[in-house]
Design a protein around this ligand. Structure first.
Ligand code: ADP
Length: 162
C-alpha cells in the first residue's frame, strides 16, 4: 500500500496543481493533499478556504484526501503514514529550492522519499501568484483555474475592494 503526500500552499489551486494531482494519483494507492497553513505567510485564502476549493475541484477523483497541516512536512507525512512526498517541478528556478528541501527532508526522515513530476508543457508557466496578479487587475483567469476557483477569487477580491 503506497501512500503519498502532495504538500503545497494551493493559494489557490490551479490547473498546474490539478495536473500533478491527477498524474501522481495514478502512481499511488492513496494521495493525501497537505494544505500548508504557514503562519509566516499571509495567503489570500485561509487554509479552510483552500481546502474547500480543492475538495470542490477534485470531486469524484478517487484516492484523494485533503488535509490542512502546519509544522514540519516530514512530521505530517509520518503522522499520515505516508512514505512518499510528491512535488511538481516547473522550471529550473524551482529546482534549487526543491533539491534542498528534499535532501533536508531525507536527512530528517530517510524512510520518506521525495518524487518529482515535471510539469506538463501546458502549465509550465502557471503559478498561484500569477493567477492572483492577473485577477487583481481584472484579467481573465479562466484558462488557469477551474470556474469554481475563478468565482471564489473574484468574490474575495471584490470583498477586499469594498
Ligand atoms: P509552495 O508554496 O510549496 O511552492 P504551491 O502551492 O505553489 O506550493 O505548489 C505546490 C507544488 O505544486 C509545488 O511542488 C509546485 O512546484 C507544484 N506546482 C505548482 N504549480 C505547478 C505547475 N503549474 N505545474 C507543475 N507543478 C506545479
Amino acid at each position: 500500500m503506497l501512500r503519498a503526500v502532495y504538500p503545497g500552499s494551493f493559494d489557490p489551486v490551479t490547473y498546474g496543481h490539478l495536473d500533478i494531482i491527477e498524474r501522481s494519483s495514478k502512481l499511488v494507492d492513496e494521495l493525501i493533499i497537505g494544505v500548508l497553513n504557514n503562519k509566516a505567510k499571509t495567503p489570500l485564502f485561509s487554509a479552510e478556504e483552500r481546502v474547500r476549493m480543492l475538495k470542490e475541484v477534485t470531486k469524484g477523483m478517487p484516492k484523494l484526501t485533503i488535509v490542512p497541516f502546519d509544522g514540519l512536512l516530514v512530521e505530517f507525512a509520518r503522522r499520515m503514514e505516508a512514505t512518499m512526498i510528491v512535488r511538481g517541478l516547473r522550471a529550473i528556478t524551482d529546482f534549487e529550492y526543491e533539491l534542498q528541501m528534499s535532501q533536508t527532508n531525507h536527512k530528517l526522515e530517510p524512510e520518506i522519499e521525495t518524487v518529482f513530476l515535471t510539469t506538463s508543457l501546458d502549465y509550465s508557466y502557471l503559478s498561484s501568484t500569477t493567477v492572483k496578479e492577473v485577477a487583481a487587475f481584472g484579467g481573465d483567469i479562466s484558462q488557469f483555474v477551474p470556474d469554481f476557483v475563478a468565482d471564489t477569487i473574484r468574490e474575495k477580491m471584490n470583498r477586499r475592494r469594498v
